[in-house]
Ligand binder design. Structure first.
Ligand code: SAH
Length: 346
């Protein structure tokens, strides 16, 4: 039976059975998960290599942006499902990796390409981890390292809570990736109890709430799950998360023209957030084909909205957007590829 590289007990048993030095296994895991060496090199000196499973995903294609440092990796599970990871090489040399937690998403947010795919399939912890390993190997070839890992790819991480926590354990484990929890961010559509559980179990991992509006009607339209988890519950979850963490909760706010970007929206948002330890990220909308009725707020409008929040004393950043030419917004590329596949089939 093949043993996963992440399965410490299984690995130990295999090593014992074959009389292999524990150091050889330790060196293999260091080479692979900390130095991100290529498989053949990492395996070179490990006698049990043949019986190990290093990868749970296969690279289907790689899309490099021609305008900035973004790369999208289209990956396929053994079950044949397509998912994506996005590498964001930022000019300062820092590199952020955006990973998927599911294929598809049940949250069905109006502006989100993944949401439009509908029902989700959970990725296993190993499938989440393999996105980090494969991206790490690609970057190592360029002399780069993943610095930040953000769960902002396809899926709702808290709809796949057990596997998310399994992945977080392995990412931060000294004998595995040993990645700093402070450089990991979990972004959620807003599931109050899960936010609190996550902050309790991983107080150093950053949390982001995709808020987008504090007007119940508007938020329900954009994020239908608002009907199940109302805004009051999200606010009290932030209060509790703040009590568990020494850091601000990130508030993600997509700016949509005429929808959530007026002066009144800014005022109401500032009121709603007052008393909370938060940092607001204003996100430019990446248009998707399935939501032709939505348009992003222009640059002047984004600056104006940011000024209103700053005047109200809120820490606010306008996020820049990378990878527009490679459909880097959550789920866009997979959706396009799946469509193309459907066209071929029919
Ligand atoms: N389900 C989680 C994580 C995946 S989405 C969540 O909702 O947070 C990651 C971020 O991308 C969220 O803040 C989401 O609102 C944003 N996003 C989704 N579609 C987008 C689009 N078309 N343009 C810009 N941001 C988008």
């Amino acid at each position: 039976m093949p043993v996963s590289i992440y399965d410490s007990l299984g690995l130990d048993e295999l090593r014992r059975q074959q009389g292999v030095d524990p150091q050889a296994v330790r060196r293999l895991r260091t080479a692979l998960l900390k130095s991100f060496e290529l498989d053949e090199r990492a395996l070179a000196e490990c006698p049990v290599g043949e019986q190990l499973v290093l990868h749970t995903l296969r690279v289907d294609s790689q899309h490099d942006s021609q305008v900035d440092g973004a790369t999208k990796l289209l990956l396929r599970t053994h079950g044949g499902m397509l998912l994506e990871s996005v590498i964001l090489r930022i000019a300062t040399g820092r590199t952020t990796l955006c990973v998927s937690s599911q294929v598809g998403c049940a949250a069905a947010c109006e502006f989100c390409a993944t949401g439009k795919m509908g029902i989700a399939q959970n990725l296993s912890a190993e499938e989440i981890l393999d996105q980090v390993l494969q991206s790490g190997q690609l970057l190592a070839g360029e002399g780069r390292r993943v610095r930040n890992i953000v769960f902002m790819g396809m899926g709702e991480p808290f709809h796949n809570e057990a596997n998310l926590y399994g992945a977080l354990e392995s990412l931060t484990a000294p004998e595995l990736f040993h990645h700093s929890p402070a450089k990991i961010l979990v972004s959620t559509v807003g599931i109050p109890d899960a936010m609190i559980r996550c902050a309790r179990r991983f107080p150093q991992v950053n949390l982001a709430l995709s808020l987008h509006s504090v007007k119940p009607q508007v938020r329900t339209r954009l994020v239908p799950l608002t009907a199940k988890y109302p805004l009051e519950d999200l606010r009290s979850a932030i209060v509790q998360v703040n009590a568990l963490q020494q850091k601000p909760v990130m508030i993600e706010y997509l700016l949509l023209a005429g929808m959530n970007d007026s002066d009144e929206d800014a005022r109401e948002l500032a009121d709603w957030l007052s008393g909370l330890t938060v940092h607001v990220n204003l996100i430019p909308y990446n248009p998707i084909e399935d939501a032709p009725e939505l348009a992003g707020t222009d640059r002047a409008g984004r600056n104006e909205f940011a000024s209103r929040l700053k005047e109200a004393g809120l820490q606010t950043t306008i996020r820049y957007s990378l990878g527009a030419d490679i459909a880097a917004a959550c789920g866009q590329l997979v959706r396009r590829e799946n469509r193309a596949a459907t066209r071929v089939r029919t």
